[in-house]
Design a protein around this ligand. Structure first.
Ligand code: ATP
Length: 241
């Protein structure tokens, strides 16, 4: 972590109609960091990612990505500036093969050679996908689909990767594999990661810093190792009493 802010939210409020989902969120993600965003059901984790990636527009507050205003900037333009969002529930294309899914992920990349090179890089990170290159996405296991969703997001060579609950519904072995890859991406490529997780233990294990979200507000923030030791966090999110 270099301490250079890549993403900054300041007092961000986001609504679904009359539902006030984010009630003044302020947070920073520095270049080179893995930042975890944890919290219970309905806390606003997904909404925070949607607001950052341009899927939703905040009603007020400021959102800055790479030094520029990003509030309400459409998702495809934000993506062109190096941000990639892997949404909850791994929305891969079930009727397309693994390779085709990756090609779709690269639709903003014009150069055929670059696309092929990135597909091969993806296969290096996820050898399991290489073995299944021509298999239909929808026929793969949950863990394999999550790998594909991440590999697809990597096709644009993102500077900032937003991951929404990558461990959801996966067996412990797959959870380990996914978290290993997130760490590898961060260490080897310097990809900055904002990670939303219900699996607080795992997320805090790989993150540098963390924010705890509760009913649309940041309740706690700090070094991930300190958050992991916090009594209230342990009780609420790490299943201790
Ligand atoms: P979970 O871990 O359960 O997915 P979350 O922390 O990601 O929860 P959000 O999905 O961001 O929480 O939801 C925040 C609040 O916004 C909740 O009260 C939720 O009911 C509400 N909300 C989310 N999506 C919508 C929507 N499409 N329409 C209306 N309200 C919504």
């Amino acid at each position: 972590a270099t301490g250079t802010p890549m993403l900054e939210l300041n007092n961000v409020h986001t609504y679904y109609g009359h539902i006030h989902a984010l009630k003044g969120i302020s947070m920073t993600v520095n270049q080179g960091e893995i930042v975890a965003l944890i919290g219970g059901n309905g806390a606003g984790k997904t909404t925070t990612l949607r607001t950052i990636s341009g899927m939703m527009k905040p009603k007020s507050g400021t959102l800055t990505y790479m030094g520029r205003n990003a509030a309400g900037v459409p998702a495809h333009l934000i993506m062109q500036q190096g941000m990639s969002h892997v949404p909850e529930g791994r929305r891969i294309f079930p009727q397309l093969t693994v390779r085709e899914n990756l090609e779709v992920g690269a639709y903003t990349v014009g150069d055929r050679k670059v696309i092929e090179q990135r597909i091969q890089e993806g296969f290096q990170f996820f050898p399991r996908l290489k073995e299944r290159e021509n298999q239909l996405g929808g026929t793969m296991s949950g863990g394999e689909q999550q790998m594909l969703a991440i590999a697809r997001a990597l096709m644009v060579n993102p500077k900032l990767l937003l991951l929404d609950e990558p461990s959801m519904g996966l067996s412990p072995l797959f959870v380990e594999a996914i978290f290993d890859i997130i760490q590898l991406l961060n260490k080897e490529r310097g990809t900055t990661v904002l990670l939303v997780e219900q699996n607080a233990n795992m997320a805090l294990g790989i993150a540098h810093r963390a924010y705890v979200l509760q009913t649309g507000e940041i309740k706690l923030s700090g070094k991930a190792s300190d958050i992991a030791k916090d009594e209230s966090v342990r009780k609420a999110y790490l299943g201790e009493d």
